[in-house]
Design a protein around this ligand. Structure first.
Ligand SMILES: [Fe+2]
Length: 184
């Protein structure tokens, strides 16, 4: 089980959950993720799930999962790097399952574009690529991508391929490796 699941569940037992602070600056992730997107996605939508959960408004499971997934999502970015490939054990893991990092990216994109409506897509601990409809807590997430419209519409219009292509530049593979090491 991932540490942040335990953390989140510990907070829920105390009756309160929150969206974690960002550990990157807005400048770090610009222009892959713009100020406008961070304002909408982080400040309004993600924090909104926590607020509604804590206020006992709306669907409890949906809001709980929304907080969980967005904490996982915003935790995995760093400054823009034009060449940003996985390294170490996580690179070997991807190569074992997909051949090359490029083939993994192609497969990830292919599966992401099959998503109808709102959802998420992720690389799972068993090496497969899985999707989530709307929101759902999972305990096998390594790399998570938000496929809801609010994640890409402001910066990429309807070009979801470009959204994913740019997103690879800010993935913190050290963070993903940490999840990998603790999850298997
Ligand atoms: Fe989102």
């Amino acid at each position: 089980m991932l540490p942040f699941i335990e953390l989140l569940e510990g907070k829920i037992k105390r009756g309160d959950i929150e969206i974690n602070p960002l550990h990157f600056t807005r400048k770090d992730v610009s222009p892959v993720m713009s100020d406008d997107t961070l304002d909408l996605h982080y400040n309004k939508l993600a924090k909104g799930y926590a607020k509604r959960y804590n206020n006992k408004e709306g669907d409890r499971d949906f809001n709980y999962a929304g907080v969980f997934l967005h904490n996982c999502w915003f935790d995995q970015f760093r400054e823009v790097r034009i060449i940003n490939k996985p390294n170490g054990p996580i690179a070997n893991f991807i190569e074992k399952h997909y051949g090359t990092y490029g083939e993994f990216q192609d497969k990830f994109q292919e599966e992401a574009l099959k998503i109808q409506g709102s959802g998420w897509i992720y690389l799972a601990c068993d090496g497969s690529i899985k999707t989530i409809v709307n929101h759902e807590v999972r305990d096998d997430i390594l790399l998570l991508v938000d496929w809801w419209e609010h994640a890409w519409i402001l910066d990429y219009g309807s070009d979801k391929k470009e959204y994913l292509k740019q997103l690879w530049k800010i993935i913190d593979w050290n963070k993903i490796s940490t999840r990998w090491g603790k999850s298997l």
